[in-house]
Design a protein around this ligand. Structure first.
Ligand SMILES: [Zn+2]
Length: 495
């Protein structure tokens, strides 16, 4: 039987500055989902990329005194390097300046919206924040300034734009979100977007070339450039072939999940589905909306100044402890705090004292006392206790509740530790071989359970256990006769 497909995306990043921890969080979350689905035997396609048009990019290139293409190539290389350092298993990296891959689908999509009668021209006057590249309402401003860009001037802009009839689709979208046909999770975001949709207005969909010099021209009107909605949101379909390779597009669409941050909820849960409905394309199945990584309670981002460099953090603590920390740092419907103090504490108390300690002490015991060989298992009640956790962990992964998944996985390791301690195999090694057999099976299970979060750790563990690639179906206590490799310490205490 053909494998079931699973298409997952991150939002595409705006590479006008270096990536920050927020970018790292989203990529790691999406990667954990992609890896989990591969473990389930799915045929996963994982797309990430960069959103490369707009005034901010244009100005950043000018400020750097570089041709915009050269500036972008350098910036994008940094985002790709971050993916590499984070061990992100993406299949395709889309760039919205790619005229061969991206443009044909964008133009097709625009033309479909025109065909549906949903694009119209209108004069627009509004308050515009260059920082956000978006029009703002009076209500959104604080003391006349954009709250995200308090150092920038708000400009009053009047211009003739093409508009898109978002309002025409709001009822349809509301009903699809309410029924979970188009699922928005967690619930707090679902309620938020339903409230927004009630009053959704038509949206500006293009800008005059004079005010937006860097973008995709509107088909049939060279004086106008597509605004970010049609240019960037479309990446989710153009990357898999819309307008270019319809067969592949049909195979992968609809997306199983778009992973995004809560600040771009409206674009993805209102604008994007409306565009798809207008173009008669199916809606994605789900939108998973994560919170923010905060530093001392404030949003971390390039405009707020409190930026910790993800490259430096990975270098300092290692990729798996970093992934482990940020995945476990937030409740599914909240924000998370990033601090090096908290991270060190989590590494020392959880990864070192619990997980690494259990794996090392029991594997090195097998090396030393049984010439690395196990010959059977002890049918203790710990087996049932561990197995009872598997469906809970699966459910947590399926619901994108990474904190919960981590917590339960660490309970599995704690059960192993407590079992080893209770059985005291060091008192009578000759009679304890089966106890260690049970421990090796718990470790094998940990290698599978941890893979989505900490792929490098999982690889090392499998190598030490001398077991090959494992899928989720292979969870269980089936290692009866087996020779393991040499135990090595997996995580070191951080001072
Ligand atoms: Zn702003």
């Amino acid at each position: 039987m053909a494998k079931k497909k699973f298409y997952i995306t991150t939002a595409i990043d705006y590479p006008n500055a270096r990536p920050h921890l927020g970018h790292a969080l989203e990529k790691v979350q999406a990667d954990a989902i992609a890896r989990f689905q591969r473990l389930q035997g799915k045929d996963v396609f994982f797309q990430t990329g960069t959103d490369e048009h707009g005034t901010k990019i244009w100005r950043a290139a000018e400020a750097a005194k570089k041709p915009v293409e050269e500036f972008l190539d350098e910036q994008v290389a940094v985002f790709k390097e971050l993916c590499k350092k984070l061990n992100i298993s993406y299949d395709y990296f889309i760039r919205t300046t790619d005229q061969k891959i991206h443009y044909p689908g964008v133009i097709k999509l625009w033309n479909e919206l025109v065909k549906s009668g949903d694009i119209f021209k209108q004069t627009y006057t509004g308050l515009y924040c260059i920082g956000c590249e978006a029009f703002k309402t009076e209500k959104e401003l604080v003391n006349g300034k954009c709250p995200d860009h308090p150092t920038r001037q708000i400009e009053e802009v009047e211009e003739e734009n093409y508009f898109f009839k978002l309002s025409k689709y709001k009822e349809q979208i509301i009903s699809k979100i309410k029924s979970d046909e188009f699922r928005v999770s967690p619930d707090v975001r679902k309620h938020e977007i339903l409230a927004f949709l009630e009053n959704a207005k038509d949206i500006s969909f293009s800008r005059p070339k004079t005010s937006l010099p860097w973008g995709i021209p509107v088909p049939g009107d060279d004086r106008q450039v597509m605004y970010v909605w049609c240019d960037a949101l479309s990446n989710y379909i153009t990357g898999i072939g819309y307008g270019r390779d319809e067969e592949n597009f049909e195979k992968l669409w609809p997306a199983d999940v778009h992973v995004i941050g809560k600040d771009i909820l409206r674009f993805h849960a209102a604008f994007w589905p409306a565009m798809l409905l207008s173009a008669k394309i199916k809606l994605p199945k789900e939108l998973f909306v994560h919170g923010w990584i905060l530093s001392k309670g404030a949003k971390m981002g390039k405009s707020t100044g409190n930026v910790l460099d993800p490259f430096a953090q990975i270098e300092k603590y290692g990729v798996d402890p970093f992934r482990f920390y940020i995945l476990g740092a937030m409740n599914i419907d909240g924000d998370g705090e990033y601090s090096e103090e908290l991270l060190k504490e989590r590494i020392n108390t959880v990864l070192v004292s619990n997980l690494s300690n259990f794996c090392y002490r029991s594997m090195s015991f097998v090396n030393k006392n049984y010439d690395s060989e196990i010959t059977g298992i002890d049918e203790d009640k710990v087996i049932g206790e561990v197995e009872a956790k598997f469906p809970e962990i699966k459910k947590a992964y399926e619901e994108y509740d990474f904190k919960k998944a981590i917590d339960i996985i660490m309970e599995v390791s704690a059960l192993g530790n407590a079992y080893f301690q209770k059985k005291e195999p060091w008192k009578n090694p000759a009679e304890s071989a089966d106890v260690l057999g049970t421990c090796m099976n718990i470790i094998k299970n940990l290698a599978i359970l941890c893979e989505p979060m900490m792929p490098e750790f999982s690889e090392k563990l499998k190598k030490q256990l001398k077991i090959k690639k494992l899928s989720w179906d292979e969870l269980g206590f089936d290692l009866k006769k087996h020779r393991i490799g040499t135990a090595e310490i997996l995580f070191m205490k951080i001072k």
